[in-house]
Design a protein around this ligand. Structure first.
Ligand code: PLP
Length: 396
């Protein structure tokens, strides 16, 4: 029998996908250069040259049977050693091979971690606005998502609401910094305060509460902002990392889970992450892209392009009278809709060929997400359209 829950998930309309399809129709009708599509979080800058060079080297210099064969389920030991060395050198993690589990990107890291630590009757806390798949992965694990409303002042952590949300049922708390969709970065002071709150809750309820740090945008930060490394502040941390955005490789599906070496139930939770990956059928992460990593750790795609885009867009939109906070990282801008219904605003924006995503799916109605991982040329050309849209609302 067809599982209704899965059928519903497959049939559920994806707002972003619909906007993208609409964009395709408009591109065909009026030319791609006249459509200002800000809907997708697909990196627009190429992977660093070193990525392609290393792939070519691996393909020509390595025994192809070994290169394309299965790796061990948690990942190639040499690759994991290289990642552990990099994390130790860069963040002082104290990691070793047995703390790392290679995955097919951050989505798989998250689904494995959530399946590993959150079961029937338990809750996972997420701070709005958040990546919509958190709900899918949490519910697939049998747990339920508890949403902490947004801190609309600066899109950091709403600590009063967190205090109300923590309970005996809390199994895990997800943070995402830099954030999709707000671009906010959680400061060190906030992370310390969060860690204190979670330790107090662990003591009060007598069980481990995992902090899941979803970090596909870790390196995408501007103006010297740094992203504190969560394992240094909280022992029971699981880091969900991916190279999708830092190396512009989203279609290649490569990432990892780091189980903090300080986690109180380290061996059990590491085994549970491996078991969850096994039960989800991941087998192992792509061998070629695992083996690429040692040569590319610490490299990033050209982040300067994203910074240029952010600055142009932020300054333009602020000048036109829109309400928004300057994002510190990732490649999204989260703007207040000038009318309460962000869906209606996005519909109106389409008149100017501006394709924006309503914040409702990110659990933050009344806002829109603008993905600025596009060409700088698109940003420049779109500014008059944003100006005209703002005028329609009497903003300037
Ligand atoms: N987490 C967040 C916050 C994201 O924005 C994304 C992708 O956009 C993911 C996880 C999934 O990333 P990946 O492509 O590595 O699976």
């Amino acid at each position: 029998m067809i599982v209704k829950k899965m059928q519903a998930l497959g049939e559920k309309r994806s707002v972003i996908r619909e906007i993208f399809e609409y964009g395709n129709a408009r591109r065909a009708a009026i030319g791609a250069e006249n459509v200002f599509d800000f809907s997708l979080g697909n990196p627009s800058v190429p992977a660093p040259d070193a990525v392609n060079e290393e792939l070519i080297r691996l393909l020509s210099a390595t025994d192809s049977v070994a290169l394309h064969g299965y790796t061990s389920a948690p990942g190639d030991a040499g690759v994991r050693r290289a990642i552990a060395d990099y994390l130790n050198k860069t963040y002082g993690v104290g990691a070793s091979v047995g703390d790392l589990y290679m995955t097919v990107g951050a989505a798989a890291s998250l689904s494995a971690c959530l399946s590993a630590v959150a079961g029937e009757g338990e809750e996972v806390i997420a701070f709005a606005p958040f990546f919509p798949e958190y709900r899918v992965f949490t519910e697939q694990a049998g747990a339920s998502l508890c949403v902490v409303p947004a801190d609309e002042e600066n899109f950091e952590i709403n600590f009063d609401a967190l205090a109300d949300a923590l309970s005996a049922r809390t199994a895990a708390v997800i943070i995402n910094s830099p954030n999709n969709p707000s671009g906010a970065v959680i400061s060190e002071a906030s992370l310390i305060r969060l860690a204190d709150a979670l330790r107090a809750a662990e003591a009060k309820y007598g069980h481990v509460i995992y902090l899941i740090a979803d970090e596909p945008y870790r390196e995408l930060v501007y103006d010297g902002v740094t992203v504190p490394y969560a394992t240094r502040y909280y022992d029971d941390t699981l880091v969900c990392y991916s190279f999708s955005k830092s190396l512009s490789l989203p279609g290649e599906r490569i990432g990892y889970v780091l189980v903090s070496p300080t986690a109180k139930e380290h061996d059990a939770v590491y085994a549970a992450v491996c078991g969850a990956g096994r039960s989800l059928g991941y087998v192992c992460a792509p061998s070629l892209f695992q083996k690429l990593l040692p040569a590319c750790l610490g490299l990033t795609a050209d982040i300067d392009t994203y910074k240029t885009n952010r600055d142009l867009l932020y300054e333009g939109l602020s000048d036109y009278g829109f309400t928004l906070k300057k994002p510190e990282g990732a490649f999204y801008l989260f703007m207040k809709s000038p009318e309460p219904d962000a869906n209606a605003f996005c519909e109106r924006a389409k008149k100017y060929e501006l394709l924006l995503v309503p914040g409702d799916d990110f659990a933050c109605p009344g806002y829109v997400r603008i993905a600025y991982c596009v060409t700088t040329e698109q940003i420049r050309r779109s500014l008059p359209a944003f100006a005209a849209l703002a005028k329609e609302y009497g903003l300037h």
